[in-house]
Write a protein that binds this ligand. Structure first.
Ligand SMILES: *[C@@H]1O[C@H](CO)[C@@H](O)[C@H](O)[C@H]1NC(C)=O
Ligand SMILES: *[C@@H]1O[C@H](CO)[C@@H](O)[C@H](O)[C@H]1NC(C)=O
Length: 341
């Protein structure tokens, strides 16, 4: 039955695209309604009443149109698709699923800054053509921050999981919830800074495991973790800003937390090498866990996100590397931090 409906829908759609633009509006509206229903079933979405459904449908339709229009340009190196975020406006999405606060002094150039970069002498033969820390067993499975703007905790934890595996030989999934609850001068689900997350782990003399202190997607009272430390760091450092080569050297040695502008198209990215529709307003944090070159010859960074596995390439994004803007694609080279073992 469902397949017959789908077949009819497919025929209607193919008629629509083969011309008849004067009738297009009506067909378009009913196709969008149908797609919204299918989407609701796929993502188990239920709305409280008709007015909410109507409201959400309008937002869904806008997102759907954005995706379809975007994908019509065959020259793009990446694709978009509707996903679990497609009934949210950009503003709602930003408030719930991002959550990076960047201290002002982090984005301003300071002339007095003394740069001591520990990976400055990493050679080209060491960085090589590609790197994927997943293949080295230094990356845990993709996590999901849910409706809580604490990307900062997920980004920092992934970097600490990486350096811990590299230096201690063991991959352990660590607790974002501990950072969310205990990093007192951050703002929990309303956003936080990466540096404070690392500083907490240093001050607390470690962080416990995900299993010990599981994720709740809301801020709660800081629980005691005495005696259950799973990883420690001695400090953290900043990759020289606006320098993708320095970032490459660093990522060749360990996963790195980066701030990024995840506005607009980012939300519905579904695959390929992302190369646009973003600015440099840093509002999200991810972890760069590798780099390479696509079959089409485009250089990319490999980013681990915290929006579950249904987003992007199983939760990951390939994003363009070595762009002309020294700030990097979506500003990813402006603020990059890595923990020290
Ligand atoms: C795609 O690229 C080709 C070749 O560079 C160009 O002629 C064409 O206008 C582009 N199409 C779009 C939609 O940008
Ligand atoms: C890099 O090499 C130079 C020259 O040998 C040396 O002076 C510098 O200390 C090295 N940097 C690091 C971080 O090891």
């Amino acid at each position: 039955m469902a397949s017959i409906v789908f077949l009819i829908l497919a025929i209607v759609l193919s008629f629509r695209t083969s011309g008849a633009t004067s009738r297009g509006g009506l067909f378009e509206a009913s196709a969008a309604v149908e797609k919204h229903e299918q989407w609701m079933a796929r993502f188990h979405r239920a709305y409280s009443d008709v007015s909410e459904k109507t409201n959400r449908f309008e937002i869904f339709k806008k997102n759907l149109e954005f995706v379809e229009k975007f994908n019509m340009n065959a020259n793009r190196t990446y694709k978009l698709d509707v996903n679990e975020f497609s009934d949210l406006t950009d503003e709602e999405f930003r408030a719930r699923y991002m959550g990076l606060v960047v201290p002002k002094e982090m984005t301003e150039m300071s002339s007095t800054e003394t740069v001591s970069f520990r990976y400055e002498n990493v050679s080209e033969s060491e960085t090589g053509e590609s790197m994927d820390w997943r293949q080295e067993g230094a990356v845990t499975t993709v996590k999901n921050q849910g409706k809580c703007g604490c990307c900062w905790a997920f980004s920092a934890v992934a970097a600490v999981e990486g350096i811990t595996k590299i230096t201690k030989g063991e991959l352990v999934s660590l607790s974002e919830q501990q950072l969310l609850d205990c990093t007192s001068d951050n703002h929990g689900c309303d956003g936080g800074t990466l540096s404070k997350a690392f500083q907490y782990i240093i001050n607390n003399q470690g962080i416990t495991t995900e299993d010990n202190y599981p994720y709740q997607a809301e801020q709660q009272i800081c629980a005691s973790t005495t005696g259950s430390v799973a990883a420690t760091i001695s400090g953290f450092a900043r990759v020289p800003r606006n320098d993708e080569e320095a970032l490459l050297k660093t990522v060749s040695q360990q996963p790195v937390s980066v701030a990024i502008d995840a506005s607009y198209a980012f939300k519905q990215y579904s695959g390929g090498v992302f190369d646009g529709e973003c600015g440099t307003q840093l509002n999200h944090a991810v972890t760069i866990i590798g780099y390479g070159t696509s079959e089409e010859g485009t250089k990319y960074w490999l980013a681990k996100n915290s929006w579950g596995e249904s987003w992007g390439e199983n939760g990951y994004m390939r994003i363009k590397r070595d762009v002309t803007d020294p700030q990097g694609m979506c500003g990813l080279a402006i603020l990059a931090l890595y923990p020290l073992a």
